[in-house]
Design a protein around this ligand. Structure first.
Ligand code: SIN
Length: 475
């Protein structure tokens, strides 16, 4: 594979024994990159912590200037970054370009937000004292990021950490280390000190996760991934009471009420369900459609889903790339087979896995207890559940251990407010199929995790509040 941008990470390539990166569209080996063991990562953490004080002493404006240069370099290289991201993750080039812009937006946002890390002056509790708070960086941080957004999940952790004055070490996923390494190289080119932000691909992910939780210099760990792994990290983090941000699994309901604009709702499903071949934590996992419009909605949806072109993410006009690997495609096929055996109708798709590809699928006749709607599908399958009224929709929607994102389509303002408030989710999109943006707080409740990324809250997650009592001032 040749590319100008890959020459930036020449030092990371190796011949054997490294992390092997495959293109899921054709299972071809793209590259091997050096794997970091626990000793190497431990030394990297020590160095990161050693340079942190200098970075923290810079003004927020100085840090912002460097972060903005990083933002510019990412955008300048967006075509090449997107091409590599598409090759290692399978996502269509158009979506990969969208992710580059989305990922870069966090860098710009936090460059600015770092300047607004305000403290407070609180009225004193005695005549001769005053109460103050200041906000300070938490220290050296670690991040573990997923393969479904090889870039944006890194920038939305690294940018607030750096803007706050922290150092950060990132373990990228085994499947997509190239985008991460290029991002690191561009950051260093922009002037971010090399030891302050490091990316450490590894073949021993669970050992590095355990190291992040046990290393005495790591003060915070941010993880995006499964609820299962999140629970393991949470238990390990208890050793040192390491601060955690966890963005975990989801089981998003997508509720279509009788008064909804059905065409808009169908387009919302296309965005929410089929983006990244259904491999996002905020993907619609269950479509809840009210009785009176169920059949009309399904007909429109099936027709629209039938237009989606599946293929190699780098081919022209492709809407749906492969899943991350053949094992994932086989798992999704198994869920659909189980649902069909339980009586669901396969309205389109469902023809089985071919390598890492799985076709866009719609299932009807689904009931709330089936595993296809209790598990996180993480694939391009839309199961449709019929409901009678608002109360039933809310009850089905909340009947899950997860609470990340929910979607609802309705033109009745009263209903929109009632339902939005009753949904036990960290994020609710109303008449929209995508809610991700750097300006809003992204995160979940229940077993979908804790902490918020993006917005001003995303910066606070990398800062401690220090309270200072100023006494002896005289009455
Ligand atoms: C995720 O799937 O974890 C993130 C999705 C997003 O940022 O839109």
């Amino acid at each position: 594979m040749t590319s100008h941008i890959l020459s930036l990470i020449n030092d990371s390539f190796c011949d054997a024994d490294g992390v092997a990166v495959y293109n899921p569209a054709n299972d071809q080996l793209i590259a091997r990159v050096k794997s970091h063991d626990s000793d190497m990562v431990s030394a990297i953490i020590d160095k990161a912590d050693a340079v942190r004080a200098d970075w923290q002493m810079k003004t927020a404006q100085q840090r912002a200037n460097i972060l903005r240069r990083w933002h510019e370099l990412i955008l300048l290289n967006s075509d090449e970054l997107a091409r590599i991201m598409s090759m290692e993750s399978g996502k269509p080039f158009r979506e990969a370009k969208g992710e580059v812009a989305y990922g870069a937006s966090y860098v710009e946002w936090f460059a600015e937000e770092g300047k607004r890390a305000y403290g407070e002056v609180i009225p004193g509790f005695s005549p001769n004292s005053r109460t103050l708070t200041i906000r300070q960086p938490v220290g050296t941080c670690a991040a573990i990021t997923p393969w479904n957004f090889p870039m944006a999940m890194i920038t939305r952790k690294v940018a607030p950490a750096l803007a706050a004055g922290c150092a950060i070490v990132v373990k990228p996923p085994e499947a997509t280390p190239l985008t991460a390494l290029i991002l690191e190289a561009l950051a260093h080119q922009a002037g971010i000190p090399a030891d302050l932000f490091r990316v450490t691909p590894t073949k021993t992910s669970s050992k590095i996760g355990a190291l992040f939780c046990s290393h005495p210099l790591i003060r915070k760990l941010s993880f995006t991934g499964s609820t299962h792994v999140g629970k393991i990290l949470m238990a390990q983090a208890a050793q040192q009471v390491t601060r955690l941000s966890l963005e975990l699994g989801g089981n998003a309901p997508f509720i279509v009420f009788e008064d909804a604009d059905l065409d808009a709702a169908v387009e919302g499903v296309i965005l929410s369900k089929y983006r990244n071949a259904g491999q996002t934590c905020v993907c619609a996992n269950r479509l809840l459609v009210q009785d009176g419009v169920h059949d009309a909605f399904v007909e429109k949806l099936v027709a629209r889903v039938g237009q989606l072109q599946m293929g190699d993410g780098l081919s022209e006009g492709v809407d749906l790339g492969p899943l991350i690997d053949a094992r994932e495609a086989a798992r999704v096929a198994g869920l659909v087979e189980e649902a069909a055996a339980a009586g669901c109708a396969v309205r389109t798709g469902g023809t089985g896995a071919q390598g890492a590809f799985y076709p866009a699928t719609v299932l009807t006749g689904v009931t709330r207890d089936m595993s296809i709607v209790q598990d996180e599908i993480f694939g391009p399958v839309a199961p449709v559940i019929r409901f009678k009224d608002e109360a039933e929709a809310i009850s089905i929607a909340n009947d899950t251990i997860y609470g990340l994102a929910a979607y609802l389509y309705s033109r009745d303002l009263g209903r929109v407010w009632r339902v939005m408030e009753k949904l036990e989710y960290g994020m609710v999109a109303i008449n929209e199929g995508i809610l991700s943006t750097e300006t809003a707080p992204f995160g979940g409740v229940k077993q979908s995790g804790m902490g918020r990324e993006g917005s001003r809250h995303g910066l606070s997650d990398y800062m401690n509040i220090k309270y200072a009592l100023m006494g002896g001032l005289g009455a």
